[in-house]
Design a protein around this ligand. Structure first.
Ligand code: HSE
Length: 307
């Protein structure tokens, strides 16, 4: 096997209460990548379609992540990477993570799987460092492991796969503005009041428990963010209206996807997820803001081989 074409899923990081630690993978939105083994050593990005992104290996998240992996192997060959970029950068659904995770996952397969998933997360985090200035793992972990993931610790790296209830669907609306993760991190406070921390870690525990016991009401009650949402929601047009509408339409909970501007809601069943999509759309149609919308089951597999 010298070439792989793969689907690299979009991801929702934070999942309301779990800033920098929780994430989930989506099924209906993601990039496609082709990774090819070639005789010349090193990593070359040969083609990017869909978005204007740098081709230079050291300026491209996929290139940097791939080089981080190759630095820990002995090979006398190299790799070419083609990216069909379908996730818009700055959308809040793990655009850079999909490319970083895809590159290291495919190279690991072509090398005969010398590395496990946690090592692949570590390499892919170098792509995140290039994109955002911080090597956070909460997007690359679900892209590589699939389903819901918890980054229990990033130093040393400890990633836990969390049970994914089978009836859980995500609806994601992306108002067509770009929010850079680095900017959305800059505005955060570095200290938080103890009373907010108590409510937040109660929700993290509640959400994990709800995911394992498949208790959809508990999942809903736990999807509240007392720390990040009050600050970042100001960057997102009509955020409160989208959230209120989606809860009225039956969503279990609704919050900012990653660093935004995408807004996600989780629902029990596809029918409700579709109603939630309609309710979110109506807000942006009224105020005249263009959007993309995605409805997706939670992707338990993560990256998938296309050919
Ligand atoms: N946890 C990160 C943040 C995710 O919210 O800044 C960025 O996609």
């Amino acid at each position: 096997m010298n070439e792989l074409k793969i689907f690299c899923p979009a991801t929702i990081a934070n999942v309301s209460c779990g800033f920098d630690v929780l994430g989930l993978a989506l099924d209906t939105v993601g990039d496609e990548m082709t990774i090819r083994k070639v005789s010349k050593k090193g990593v070359v990005i040969t083609k990017i379609i869909g978005q204007k992104l740098p081709l230079e290996t050291l300026n491209n998240v996929a290139g940097v992540a791939a080089l981080a992996l190759l630095a820990e192997t002995e090979t006398d060959f190299g790799f070419e990477i083609e990216i069909d970029k379908r996730i818009k950068p700055g959308s809040g659904i793990g655009s850079s993570a999909a490319s970083s995770a895809g590159a290291v996952w495919a190279i690991n397969e072509l090398l005969g799987k010398p590395f496990g998933n946690t090592d692949l997360v570590r390499f892919a985090m170098e792509g995140e460092r290039l994109a955002t200035g911080v090597a956070h793992a909460d997007n690359v972990a679900p892209a590589l492991f699939g389903g819901f993931t918890l980054v229990r610790s990033s130093q040393p790296l400890d990633i836990i796969s969390i049970n994914t209830p089978s009836e859980l669907y995500a609806t994601v609306i992306h108002p067509q503005i770009e929010v850079k993760t680095s900017d959305a991190r800059e505005i955060l406070k570095t200290n938080i009041p103890l009373k907010d921390a108590i409510k937040q870690w109660g929700n993290v525990g509640g959400l994990i428990s709800g995911l394992y016991t498949e208790d959809y009401d508990l999942i809903g009650r736990s999807l509240e963010d007392y720390i990040i949402e009050p600050i970042r929601s100001i960057l997102i047009p009509a955020y409160d209206a989208v959230k209120q509408n989606s809860l009225k339409a039956g969503a279990l909970g609704c919050g900012i996807s990653g660093s935004g501007p995408s807004i996600f809601a989780l629902s029990k069943g596809e029918e409700t997820a579709i109603k939630v999509a309609e309710s979110m759309k109506s807000v942006y149609e009224k105020v005249g803001i263009d959007y993309d919308i995605h409805i997706s089951k939670i992707n338990k597999q993560g990256i998938k081989v296309l050919s």
